[in-house]
Design a protein around this ligand. Structure first.
Ligand code: MIC
Ligand code: SF4
Length: 642
């Protein structure tokens, strides 16, 4: 029987389990990537594993998130990351070299290989035909140590593309259309594979825009075939020797096929505060705009920024708009400079920022109070921009330019004719921003600043759990709600006791105080709990505050794995209607839970306050049960587990 792309790559890397959707499998990992905001924890965990060197084919440590240095913390962390990389055989992409996903695509991605990254947008490299998956830092640390990656065998959906994009309609509009159809939980447990004749009209950076934002579907990953366009991209990058063709078999099976006719697509926009809140741009009537941000790992390729520059050439940013531009990498930055586009961007009055995540993660450029901000990014969760009441819209760079020039949300087709850009046939490939590891690792001293606090380690699970419901949330809670990012909080990523002070701070400012006063407790959630980022801090910091169990209607994949990794028990309601039978402040008990889990028995949660029993389910493998009972993955591995 024929195989699809995902099945082909998984089959070639499978070390445990059967490839039936929903079954537990383990795959080997060829490459890893980390970024600085999740990397410090990941490397502290790697160090705790006590190995001499990474065992992957390639591991790269990027610095792209914590770039504002308003105190010593971020600079100290960068120095730690550089020295730790140097010692353990890891390549170090220095600050200024670019956003991890963009640089990885340009310089390291290889079709057919597996990539595990401590960032939820790792699937960007699916654009070059990799099986690229986002995970928590601890899973990446284990993979660097040669350990397999455990996941549920995904179901595979096909997005069948026909036709060709019209002027001003872009790759971003394709993924916004997929989000409109599938929603932010439509991809959970699935791989989204792209195929059909329309694929041939898309370049690798365009494909990467689509696979990047596939993260917002909650998908395990998204992937494109590796074809002549992939070869051309790798040739431009002087890496054609790494190219291999990769296509799905003609009789490959898919759980579902979604058809999109590119000819019929129109410019789309995601309204506040969710990436699936998608409508046609022309349906948003002249909303006044205060800020426009172009860049991020979704839309900051050479073509994106040259098109932006061509549209802005000879014009000025609207006086009421602040417009920022962040090139995705040093290579993109150099190329747009060499091509003259940078001059046009500067002349337009746009604010050019270094190659990094920047405004996407609230690292500077927080908009004014109540501002409308139109961004070419991938997430518009509340507060993520750094301004609590900002209204963030997500759209293509073209739609962003239309807003920047007119001062209002405007269909970009109203700008007239799309200027033709001529992409360079040659670019400067300069890897000096990537520092190779030391040849004499024994001599390397790891430098740790005072911001790096020791890793908190959980206790093994108690036999009976009892405590109070400290918080009850609604559906689609994001990790940005649980553990906010931004310029104030991100520098504390290496310091769990300090960062724990911010858990749920925008949702309920009293949460941390309550958790401390009650010495921990439980959280109740709705559907798709923990969607968004891969940050394990959204599990680690609650663990530090004594959260022992989270009971929801359903979980997002990476957050679920992170909870297990840190020994927090994830449970779901057997009957979602029971969600209404628990309130904040209720006292709950799970009698003999540790023994019951070990035998695989059914579990009930006693609501002592209301005097009722609530049936719950857990989808944990025997290995995961052992991990939770041990108090987390680090305890498990140190105890000899694999
Ligand atoms: C994000 O886009 O939310 C981040 C910041 O890149 C995160 C990682 C993090 O929280 O450090 C992600 O997407 O995984
Ligand atoms: Fe960086 Fe934003 Fe991409 Fe996350 S989504 S990796 S913060 S650019």
């Amino acid at each position: 029987m024929g195989m699809n792309l995902a099945e082909k790559i998984i089959a070639a890397h499978l070390v445990e389990g059967k490839m039936t959707p929903g079954a537990d499998i383990a795959i080997t990992i060829d490459q890893t990537l980390t970024q600085d905001a999740t990397g410090t924890m990941s490397y502290l965990q790697f160090e705790a594993l006590g190995l001499k060197k990474v065992k992957t084919e390639l591991s790269v440590s990027y610095v792209d998130h914590n770039m504002l240095q308003s105190g010593f913390e971020n600079a100290d962390d960068h120095r730690y990351l550089q020295t730790v990389a140097n010692k353990y055989g890891i390549f170090f992409s220095r600050p200024g070299n670019g956003i991890c996903h963009q640089v990885h695509l340009e310089r390291f991605g290889i079709p057919g290989k597996t990539l595990l990254g401590s960032d939820s947008h790792t699937p960007t490299n699916g654009g070059i035909g990799m099986m690229a998956i986002g995970a928590g830092g601890l899973d990446v640390a284990v993979a660097m140590g040669g350990g397999a990656f455990y996941l549920k065998m995904p179901e595979v959906y096909k997005v069948h593309l026909t036709g060709k994009l019209a002027p001003f309609v872009t790759a971003k509009d394709i993924i916004l259309e997929v989000l409109r159809i599938l929603t932010v939980k439509g991809g959970v447990g699935r791989v989204i594979e792209y195929g059909g004749p329309g694929v041939a009209s898309l370049t690798v950076p365009q494909r990467a825009t689509i696979t990047n934002m596939g993260a917002e579907l909650g998908a395990t990953t998204s992937i494109f075939p590796s074809d002549e366009n992939t070869k051309a991209f790798m040739k431009l990058q002087k890496r054609v020797k790494d190219w291999v063709p990769l296509v799905a078999d003609p009789d490959a099976k898919y759980a579902k096929v979604i058809k999109i006719d590119l000819d019929k697509l129109e410019p789309l926009i995601a309204k506040p505060h969710s990436p699936d809140n998608v409508v046609k741009v022309k349906a948003v009537k002249r909303v006044k705009v205060d800020q426009v941000c172009i860049g991020s790992c979704t839309n900051s390729s050479v073509a994106d920024l040259m098109t932006t520059a061509a549209l802005l050439k000879g014009k000025k940013i609207h006086p009421d708009v602040s417009c920022t531009i962040t090139p995705g990498s040093k290579q993109v930055f150099e190329t747009i400079a060499a091509e003259g586009s940078l001059t046009d961007l500067i002349a337009s009055g746009a604010r050019i920022i270094e190659s990094a995540c920047g405004p996407c993660i609230g690292m500077g450029q927080a908009p004014n109070s109540g501002a409308v901000s139109v961004r070419s990014f991938n997430r518009n969760f509340p507060g993520r921009s750094g301004t609590k009441d900002a209204q963030v819209y997500l759209a293509s760079p073209e739609t962003c330019v239309a807003a920047a020039l007119t001062g209002a949300i405007t269909d970009p087709r109203e700008l007239g004719k799309l200027p033709k850009i001529k992409l360079p046939e040659k670019i400067t490939v300069d890897d000096s921003g990537v520092i190779p590891p030391s040849k004499t690792p024994g001599k390397v001293v790891i430098l740790r600043g005072p911001n790096i606090a020791p890793l908190p380690i959980n206790d093994p699970m108690a036999s009976t759990l009892e405590g109070e419901v400290l918080l009850k949330t609604g559906d689609n809670i994001t990790t940005d709600h649980i553990m906010p990012a931004g310029a104030k909080v991100l520098p504390l990523r290496s310091n769990i006791p300090k960062i724990a002070e911010f858990v749920y701070c925008y949702v309920d400012p009293d949460f941390v105080h309550r958790a401390k006063e009650k010495k921990g407790g439980f959280i109740i959630g709705g559907d798709n709990y923990g969607q968004g980022s891969s940050r394990e801090h959204a599990a680690l910091a609650p663990m530090y505050l004594g959260i022992k169990m989270v009971l929801t209607k359903s979980f997002a994949r990476i957050h679920l794995a992170n909870l297990i990794n840190f020994g927090i028990l994830p449970l779901t309601f057997s009957d979602p209607a029971d969600y209404d039978r628990i309130e904040q402040g209720d006292r709950l008990q799970l009698p003999m839970v540790s023994d019951l889990l070990a035998t695989g028995a059914d579990l009930t949660v006693k609501n002592l306050t209301k005097g009722i029993d609530i049936y719950v389910t857990y989808q944990l493998t025997p290995r995961q049960v052992t991990i939770i009972r041990a108090g987390g993955l680090l305890n498990y591995i140190r105890g000899g587990g694999r």
